[in-house]
Design a protein around this ligand. Sequence first.
Ligand SMILES: Cc1ncc(COP(=O)(O)O)c(C=O)c1O
Length: 408
Amino acid sequence: MNQIQKEFPILQQKVNGNPIAYLDNAATSQKPVSVLKALEEFYTTSNANPHRGVYDLAMRATQAFEASRKVVADFIGVKDEAEVIFTRNATEALNLIAYSYGMNFLSAEDGITISVAEHHSNLVPWQQVAKVTGASLDYLYLTDGAQISDEEIAAKITEKTKLVSVVHISNVLGVVFPLEKIVKRAREVGAVVVLDCAQSIPHIPVDVQKLDVDFAAFSGHKMYAPLGIGVLWGRRSLLEKMPPFLSGGDMIDSVEEQVTSYAPIPQKFEAGTQNAGGAVALAAAIRFMQKIGWEEITRIEHDLMAYALDGLRQLPYVTVLGGSIPAEERYGVISFNVQDAHPHDVASILDADGVCIRAGHHCAQPLLHHLNLYAANRISFAVYNTREDIDAFLNSLKKVRGVLGYGS
Ligand SMILES: Cc1ncc(COP(=O)(O)O)c(C=O)c1O
């Protein structure tokens, strides 16, 4: 085990008698000791209901929670930390934008533009907004090279478009979409831009100010933090005019029998008891990533990408989705199909060798249909993966067709 792997207790166990090769990081990443310890420390030293009590322990909980907000804000290039709203995950953050902004600021004359490569979390909420408001829902389709062309951007982001919501890195193709061009076009027509950075944030720096988007959403659990903590960032000017998404305790200024005035942001969007332990652990996950540094993260993950793609390309019965995208333009994930093998069979056969990979539609059914597929396999990397993991994967994959009775 290398130094980074040693920090992940879960990787030290065996699965089905084999060392674990965990290659499903796009679904969720594993958690380092520093994150687990931060969670434990919060619950053993500082747990109380944040923002509620006046006693020392409650203040400690509030301080730990709010200090985590600052860490997140710094990480994504935000100066005004009140613009950082804690949610359960990217899905909740995207729903917050759809229900609070979309439902209230869009109408039947307006258009919403998303890409066909969206995860269902950045697609179904916009369908709902379109259904209720009457706005049109328009799709950016992909070229044969699995990219969004300039022509498509010009054709689908028009004077009618009032909101554009796009994924930064596709959870199926691993390709970075041309965000700069999309933002430029959205600005020309006066549309608000939402960025789903759930898959980019573990792999590349995401500076929301530099990217010049209006909202960004991501989950902690894909970037080494625990399940159940996510982030919505939005521009103050937009967040302030939006109504609350959920209502109840902690999001109010004052409540009378018939009327309520709301707390300022971020509390206006953080109804109910918050996952303060999760936020503290997310801050620890960010520190874990910062300790390794982007240069090293990129070096490790690009090496894995090139090595795995090279190995897959040598197997004539394997088709890589978006196969023409070069390794240096891919981040985090490779999806593929094995000729004559159902993706679930492939994943089960690999599981017997301790290799964890994903099979299915990856919550991106419109994209798979656009590619004339119904399912695929996917491997996805994190900073603790090694070439040995890829070797274990490739060796196991080479057995699949034989196990299914097709020869090699
Ligand atoms: C691109 C993308 N967006 C959004 C999500 C939703 O994340 P969560 O399930 O953590 O809300 C995912 C999860 O896989 C994703 O890959």
